[in-house]
Ligand binder design. Structure first.
Ligand code: PMV
Length: 326
């Protein structure tokens, strides 16, 4: 069984868990699904296998990745009441684990492919809840366009899933993914979130102000107010990085190019180019802009030394089964 899912970037970030065992988020989040960053995954259950076999981009997965995916497959097996193991082949068309949300597209594609291969027919909401258990941000990658992850209040997580706010063609936003480093990150997001929750003096304020940021972002999307959407994205991303930086010991995902790009974006706004940034748990910077400006932005990015890559993306669609011959 083949499936595909797009990565997403959060405009309002998820940072912190209310219950780690079920990956229940401490705050809701709002994201854009990215057409240009995709994971394609194939899942085949096989009675002869003694354990799951995972390959990522044709390479055997690390023991940690293998363990994380096998635990996820256990959830699928228990839902489907089967005990077979599976061969899983996953391909990303972008760097893995360097803050390009590869876990989001990976667990969304895996949820769709594995559940169908196991004989389950799940609704989008069920798929989102399942994907959430692999990676919090993956719950959003089940849907295309503008997506909100609902924090939920129940302990069993049944109310913690994403929903689509608007489809991809509602508003033609563009995202430039600026790759500043291809190195894998040192601290994974779950460990970093835990550290922020336990040690950052700003964590309680982060939680307290979250509903406010979500409400403002919903409004910016409803009004197609680009300046508001951009300003709020930067504010919320910098608040999240303030939590990381104020943790003990600090988690600093930025490199020197990340900082250069932050200044580059505000310089461009002074030149009347509508562009804003957001940054996830990694050194890459995502520029949010409008179709008429991507050409000039790409040209101007050429002046910044040391960048690895620039990927232009429009908004992507729902995660789905791919009809392919096995
Ligand atoms: O899905 P996770 O556990 O890798 O968490 C990702 C968290 C951020 O990307 C930093 C923010 C977000 O909302 O996507």
């Amino acid at each position: 069984m083949f499936a595909q899912a797009c990565a997403n970037i959060a405009l309002i970030k998820y940072w912190g868990k209310r219950k780690a065992a079920l990956n229940l988020p401490a705050v809701g989040s709002i994201s854009l699904t990215l057409e240009a960053l995709k994971t394609h995954t194939r899942v085949d259950f096989d009675t002869h296998l003694l354990h799951d076999i995972l390959k990522i981009n044709d390479q055997p997965a690390s023991p940690e990745q293998q363990k994380r995916v096998s635990e996820f497959m256990d959830i699928v097996r228990s839902k489907a009441a089967i005990d077979q193991h599976a061969r899983i082949d996953s391909h990303n068309n972008f760097p893995t684990a360097a803050g390009l949300a590869s876990s989001a597209s990976a667990f969304a594609a895996l949820s769709v492919a594995a559940s169908r291969a196991a004989g389950l027919t799940l609704s989008s909401e069920d798929l989102s809840r399942l994907a959430r258990q692999g990676s919090g941000s993956a719950a959003r990658s089940i849907y295309g366009g503008f997506v909100e992850m609902i924090r939920g209040i129940r302990n069993d997580g049944t109310d913690a899933c994403a929903r689509q706010i608007k489809p991809p063609d509602y508003w033609d936003l563009r995202v430039l993914i600026v790759v500043t480093s291809r190195q894998e990150k040192q601290t994974g997001s779950s460990a970093a979130m835990k550290r922020s929750a336990q040690t950052s003096p700003f964590y309680s304020q982060w939680i307290e102000h979250s509903e406010n940021d979500l409400a403002e972002m919903r409004m910016a999307i409803a009004d197609k107010n680009f300046e508001k959407l951009g300003e709020l994205s930067e504010f919320n991303a910098l608040k999240m990085h303030a939590l990381m930086i104020s943790s003990r010991p600090a988690v600093i995902y930025w490199n020197a190019r990340t900082m250069d790009l932050i200044h580059f974006v505000s310089d461009l706004r002074r030149q009347a180019i509508p562009v804003y940034f957001t940054i996830d748990a990694g050194p890459q910077v995502k520029l949010i802009s409008l179709p008429a400006y991507t050409k000039v932005l790409i040209e101007k990015l050429r002046d910044i030394p040391g960048l690895e890559d620039v990927i232009e993306s429009s908004l992507g669609g729902d995660a789905m089964i791919e009809e392919r011959e096995g």
